[in-house]
Write a protein that binds this ligand. Structure first.
Ligand SMILES: [Zn+2]
Ligand SMILES: [Zn+2]
Length: 131
């Protein structure tokens, strides 16, 4: 099960040991090093997004995905004019609105979670002080 093999973290370039190892997209990370390229938020194998060799959190993936114009990022060609296809553009805009709304909700949820964690940490600190 445990391979004695020195693997370097894709993010910080330090050795990753089995206990702290996380592998994603053929790359190896410390569990604490798999972070969103944009906001540095800690990611897990279940919630990261991978695009163009970079890792993002869900909201930032959507942002980047939208800003580069869907999958046109994977080719060098950029859409010349969106205006010609008026109907499609409108539908795209609608979709983008929906995604933006979704992103807002997700961010909200994450903020709440982070607050809960903070509270837990504070409680632990108090306990330690009492001892
Ligand atoms: Zn690392
Ligand atoms: Zn992010």
């Amino acid at each position: 099960m445990f391979h004695v093999k020195r693997e370097k973290c894709h993010h910080c370039n330090k050795t990753v040991y089995a206990m702290e190892k996380l592998s994603c997209e053929d790359k190896v990370f410390h569990k604490r090093c798999l972070r969103c390229k944009q906001c540095n938020k800690l990611l897990s194998t279940g919630n990261y997004k991978y695009i163009e060799g970079k890792f993002y959190c869900g909201p930032h993936f959507k942002q980047i995905f939208l800003s580069i114009g869907h999958y046109s990022a994977f080719s060098d060609e950029k859409p010349k004019s969106k205006k010609i296809e008026n109907k499609e553009t409108k539908e795209e805009e609608k979709k983008e609105e929906e995604i933006k709304q979704e992103v807002k909700e997700e961010v909200k949820e994450e903020e709440v979670k982070e607050e809960e964690v903070k509270e837990e940490e504070q409680q632990e600190e108090v306990k330690e002080e009492e001892n």
